[in-house]
Design a protein around this ligand. Structure first.
Ligand SMILES: [Zn+2]
Length: 486
């Protein structure tokens, strides 16, 4: 954690070469002084041109820049600090870029093309994963004909290990970015596939994860989605009709393989006796961390990340790990900013764990999003105003043109209603279940199409710079690992 603390430049006092300031420093001068500190740090920054032994790729699903800003403010305020000047863990990363996320066939991407571009270098159509742009929607034959390999598979072939951690079902689009090849993200279990698709030779994503050949199969997979891996005969948790128990296959096909279903069992896993680890902690997606009191044996993203790194880092040749905070996207779709932004903080904590448990000289850490969500942070509320609540100045509500109080956060679309008849109260607005108002009524908020941020730290991190295509991130990772070299 020491190394990471050193990255948090705003906490470092500098002396000597800085311009003398009039004393005393008032709070309004702190930005000026922080600027001097940041400049000194930037002047001393030297690119790490070394080879990356490990890559940890974090995806905040749906985490656009406004999600980062609002999530940062909420994280600071939750800790009793000034939210606006607070820093998330990855805010301290030295290199950033903007990523253009569009799909081959759409201005705004879904998570399937979003992750596929990042992990394979090929943009594809919305709904497709691990295939190039020649695939046709939900068409098995063109899916099979246009497969492209991903960074995890390529690393595995070079003797590295690979894993995935997510708060969604393991068969959801983003985690499938490191093992899946499909014309449809919906084909997660056999029961999700039309008969003609199965007859044409396509297999579901749960089978692709577990039945992948030894030389490319993931060594660690932690998340949700038990139903897709278990037969209906297993009880209510199973959704498969082909009688396959894929968790059993996982345990038997590798030596020292483990399968766990609770946080307690995950934390008890002895990594020295574990070569492959499957953890499935919910029938579908994992609950938001604020609901873990109702699901007390659910691991946090940071706990899963920690255990995954412990297992993978045993390999002297290194590893590739994808970590997804899926809940940001899931709750943005509902316009529930409280849970979505809480999960930005959860991602920040998981990144901090990764930084603390890896060596920055040999581990490239990238934090980005597959796409944005159309969250707005607007108005002129005072600094101490609760980011989730009403826009207020000195305790006085700012009013919309109908004379009703308005919230700081709102969405372009989704189920959150704009009720101009109702006088919204602060208590309602800051409630965990409150849905921020949306302009366009939709049952589920649509993704945002603007560029998303990319943060990088470690070997070759300086190549994350400028405005880039989402698919460029793959090339940086492949170059950093020297995958093209023998
Ligand atoms: Zn989404």
């Amino acid at each position: 954690m020491k190394r990471f603390a050193a990255l948090l430049t705003t906490t470092i006092l500098i002396s000597g070469s800085t311009v003398a300031l009039a004393e005393p420093i008032t709070p309004s001068d702190s930005a000026f002084r922080d600027g001097q500190t940041s400049l000194q740090t930037a002047l001393k920054r030297a690119p790490n041109n070394g080879k990356a032994k490990n890559i940890i790729l974090f995806i905040g699903d749906g985490m656009g820049i406004n999600s980062v800003t609002a999530g940062r403010i909420m994280a600071g305020q939750t800790r009793g600090l000034d939210g606006a000047s607070y820093s998330l863990s990855f805010d301290a990363f030295p290199y950033t870029a903007l990523s253009k996320t569009y799909a081959v066939d759409a201005l705004v991407t879904d998570s399937a093309n979003g992750i596929s571009a990042i992990t394979t270098g090929f943009k594809t159509i919305n709904g497709a994963i691990g295939v190039n742009g020649k695939v046709r929607p939900k068409d098995c034959a063109t899916g099979l004909a246009n497969r492209v390999s991903n960074i995890a598979e390529q690393a595995k072939r070079k003797g590295l290990l690979a894993g995935v951690v997510t708060t969604s079902a393991l068969t959801d689009a983003t985690p499938a970015g490191v093992y899946g090849h499909t014309a449809s993200r919906d084909w997660q279990a056999d029961t999700d596939m039309p008969d003609e698709v199965a007859r044409a030779g396509c297999t579901d994503l749960a089978r692709q994860l577990v039945e992948a050949p030894d030389n490319v199969r993931l060594d660690v997979a932690l998340g949700g989605g038990a139903a897709k891996f278990l037969p209906k005969a297993a009880g209510t948790a199973g959704a498969r009709s082909d009688d396959r128990d894929l968790t059993k296959l996982w345990r038997t096909q590798t030596s020292a393989a483990k399968f766990v279903t609770t946080a307690r069992d995950l934390n008890a896993v002895e990594t020295k006796n574990t070569n492959s680890l499957l953890g499935i902690f919910a029938p579908s997606h994992l609950p938001s961390v604020i609901d873990h009191d109702k699901f007390p044996d659910t691991p946090t993203l940071a706990e899963m990340t920690s255990k995954a790194i412990e297992v993978l880092s045993k390999n002297p040749k290194g590893y590739v790990l994808l970590v997804e905070s899926a809940s940001i996207d899931k709750w943005h779709h509902r316009n529930n900013a409280y849970r979505a932004l809480t999960d930005v903080d959860e991602l920040s904590k998981a990144v901090a764990v990764a930084v603390a448990k890896s060596d920055p000289a040999e581990t490239l850490i990238i934090v980005t999003a597959d796409h944005s969500h159309a969250l707005a942070v607007s108005g002129y509320a005072t600094r101490e105003a609760d980011i989730l609540g009403l826009a207020r100045q000195k305790g006085v509500n700012q009013l919309d043109k109908t004379g009703k109080p308005r919230t700081i956060l709102s969405y372009a679309s989704g189920p959150g209603e704009q009720d101009h008849e109702h006088e919204l109260t602060q208590a309602e607005a800051v409630s965990p279940d409150f849905l921020q108002p949306a302009l366009v009524p939709l049952s589920s908020a649509a993704h945002g199409g603007e560029d998303v941020p990319v943060y990088a730290y470690g070997p070759q991190a300086h190549l994350i710079s400028g405005t880039v295509e989402s698919s460029y991130i793959y090339h940086v990772m492949a170059y950093a690992l020297s995958l093209s070299e023998d």
